[in-house]
Unconditional design. Structure first.
Length: 228
């Protein structure tokens, strides 16, 4: 099946989603010395893809599937999905950062692909979490849930890779090669398609406590390059 041009636009870092201001925790990982070169950045990225990345990919694909099915009302499922994602992000600061990204993504996607799905997601109190917004945007752009899952991994990997280059002055070619390897491996971990469930409570809950702790600490800093 050919890749839809709209999906390529959603994957493009130049699409104005606000993601350029987020490092997916890389800034704090650099600050404590866990990430200091391409190899350590690769280890960090692989860990994120296997934990929070898997969760985000599943929520994105699940939302895409729900919002693509116009034979059933999405409202109740959407509200439950939003609650379930909140429960998987213990840090209040990271929850708000996720909703901020979600609001920006819905705003941009609604201009590019106006749809009832995006209008419903925009009405989520406080704004939708980023994976939920991405899933609705993917559905509106005509993407399949499987594509939406890979798109979520791509967004996470792009945030980590870009932050590594900006924070550490790493060789962007070496970082790109590392990113390609890491995302290729991560896509295989989604072979079980964990988004094929009816209840969002059954979606993955993989996470990292250190990620949450560092995220909360990051929010308390006066001087930082990235929002999160």
């Amino acid at each position: 099946m050919p890749i839809a041009p709209a999906l390529l636009l959603l994957a493009d870092a130049r699409f104005p989603t606000g993601g350029h201001a987020h490092s997916a925790g890389t800034e704090q990982a650099v600050a404590i010395g866990d990430v200091h070169d391409v190899d350590s950045l690769g280890r960090y990225l692989r860990a994120r893809l296997a934990t929070t990345g898997r969760t985000d990919a599943a929520f994105t694909a699940f939302t895409c599937r729900v919002m693509s099915d116009r034979n059933r009302p999405a409202g109740p499922v959407l509200a439950a999905t939003d609650r379930e994602y909140s429960a998987r992000v213990p840090s209040p600061y990271l929850r708000e950062a996720s909703r901020r990204l979600g609001r920006q993504l819905v705003r941009a996607a609604s201009r590019a692909w106006p749809s009832a799905a995006l209008a419903e997601v925009a009405a989520v109190p406080g704004g939708p979490h980023q994976p939920i917004a991405l899933g609705a945007a993917a559905a509106s752009a005509g993407a399949e849930p499987d594509d939406a899952a890979v798109l979520a991994l791509h967004h996470l990997a792009g945030a980590v890779a870009t932050a590594g280059v900006r924070l550490l002055g790493l060789d962007p070619i070496e970082v790109a090669a590392m990113q390609a390897d890491a995302t290729s491996d991560a896509s295989h971990t989604l072979a079980d398609r964990p988004w094929l469930v009816d209840d969002p409570a059954l979606l993955p809950a993989s996470g990292g406590l250190l990620t949450e702790i560092l995220g909360e600490h990051h929010g308390s800093l006066d001087a930082r390059l990235f929002v999160a």
